[in-house]
Each structure stands twice: as C-alpha cells, then as structure tokens.
Design a protein around this ligand. Structure first.
Ligand SMILES: C[S@@+](CC[C@H](N)C(=O)[O-])C[C@H]1O[C@@H](n2cnc3c(N)ncnc32)[C@H](O)[C@@H]1O
Length: 228
C-alpha cells in the first residue's frame, strides 16, 4: 500500500470492541468459552502477536478452533486474508459462522489436520496459538518444516505456547488443559529453548518473549522469520 494512502492509527489497541463482537456472534456455550479464552489470551498477549503478524496478505491459522483469533486478527487488520485449519468439523463450521456474522470477508476455514491438509499457495505469515503441545512430539519438527515451506521468503511464523518453567506454571496450565482434553491425550509441551533450537535448525531467525499474566500461565511468544 502506498505510504500516502495509509492511515496511521492505533484503533482498538486493547481490542475490547473486537472481542465483544466475536463473543456476541456465538451461541451461549461457545460464547462462554470465548470469554474464558479471551480472558486467558489477554489483549497484552494478542497485541504482541498482532504486531508481529503482517498487516496484510495471506495468513495461516493452524488449529483455528472456533475462529476466535482469526476473527480478532481479521478485525484489527482488515487487509489480512486468514486461512484457518482445524480437524474439528464443528469448530470449522462455527468459525465460518463467526466471520459471516461479523461481516468479515476473504477468510477461509478448512477441516483438516495441519500435518497433511491440502494447503494451496504461499503465506505471508502463520500463527499457531496453543496448538503445538497437542501435536505428537515426533510430528512437531515435521510440522514446523511444513510451515516453513508454506511461508514466503521473510514470512513470519508466530508460535504462542506454554513453556515448561516455572514448573508450577506448567502444572497449573496442564491441569486446565486436562479439563479440556481429558487424561488420554498426550500433552507435548516443550521449553522455549527447544522450540528455538528446532526453528533455528530449520533456517528460521528466532526471537522470543515471555508474556507474564496475573494467572501463573508461562506464556511464551516466539517469532520465527523465514530467511531468504
Ligand atoms: C487449545 S485449542 C486452541 C484453539 C485456538 N487456536 C485457540 O487458541 O482458541 C487446540 C486446537 O488445536 C486443534 N488441533 C489439534 N491437533 C491438530 C492438528 N493436527 N492440526 C490442526 N489443528 C489441530 C484442536 O482441534 C483445537 O481446536
């Protein structure tokens, strides 16, 4: 976009209006989930991710769930075309409905597993929001390699996950994750240094920040830029 046409504003810096609209577009149970999710993923964290992601172009949302964050990042920067992927058909249908209700156009949602879903073209950015620890440990590196291959040169992969220290923070998160997924599904958290080493071995340039919270979640945001 030409410099003269750009509007240098900082609308919705705390994203409250965007979050409110998303919650109101959902049926009651999903609305309650959305309110909990947005109280965990506070505006501080979302703003970090928002600024790391490109403000326009195609952006991949891996494990998009109900499309809460596609609807958020799609509202904060309307030039983004978000492509969400999640194996849960019901969540994909809900993500489409949320965007429809909010009048957000140009986004797509596909039911599929990020490890092998058919994804066409390249992406200017991608984000993986609290999903990597649900991927089997042996598939995490191949999935990151797949994402690298899907990114355009200088594309950024934003990985938000939970790091493994402090231990108490990890256990706090694990208990809450167990409430959601039960006891059978393995949870494959990694220390942020592990993620950084994996991403670096794949040729990404890596930067990371911890984002403290009032609750003891050990949130970490990792920005991995694909080198030319
Ligand atoms: C904790 S939820 C996070 C959903 C959403 N990113 C959010 O932050 O609200 C984890 C999501 O990852 C999805 N998921 C699990 N395995 C996946 C895979 N192999 N490929 C894509 N998504 C996956 C689940 O269906 C679920 O929607």
């Amino acid at each position: 976009m030409a410099g003269a046409e750009r509007r240098f504003e900082a609308p919705e810096i705390y994203g409250r209006a965007a979050i409110g609209r998303i919650a109101r577009s959902l049926p009651p149970i999903e609305r309650a989930y959305a309110n909990i999710r947005f109280s965990i993923l506070r505006p501080k964290l979302l703003s970090v991710m928002d600024l790391l992601l490109p403000d326009e172009g195609r952006i991949l949302d891996i494990g998009c769930g109900f499309g809460l964050f596609a609807a958020y990042f799609g509202q904060t920067q309307p030039g983004r075309q978000i492509v969400g992927v999640d194996p849960d058909q019901r969540r994909i249908a809900m993500a489409k409905r949320v965007c429809e209700r909010l009048g957000l156009e140009g986004h797509e949602f596909h039911a599929g597993d990020a490890r092998d879903a058919e994804l066409k073209g390249t992406f200017d950015g991608a984000y993986v929001l609290d999903v990597m620890h649900h991927i089997p440990a042996e598939d995490q590196l191949p999935l990151l390699a797949r994402l690298r291959d899907l990114l355009a040169p200088r594309g950024v992969l934003v990985l938000k996950d939970i790091t493994t220290e402090p231990f108490i923070g990890l256990k706090f998160t694990e208990i809450l994750d167990r409430v959601m997924v039960g006891w059978d599904e393995p949870l494959n958290y990694r220390h942020h240094r592990d993620w950084a080493q994996m991403l670096t071995s794949l040729g990404f340039h890596v930067r990371m920040v911890r984002v403290p919270d009032v609750l003891p979640y050990p949130h970490v945001v990792i920005a991995a830029t694909k080198q030319d």
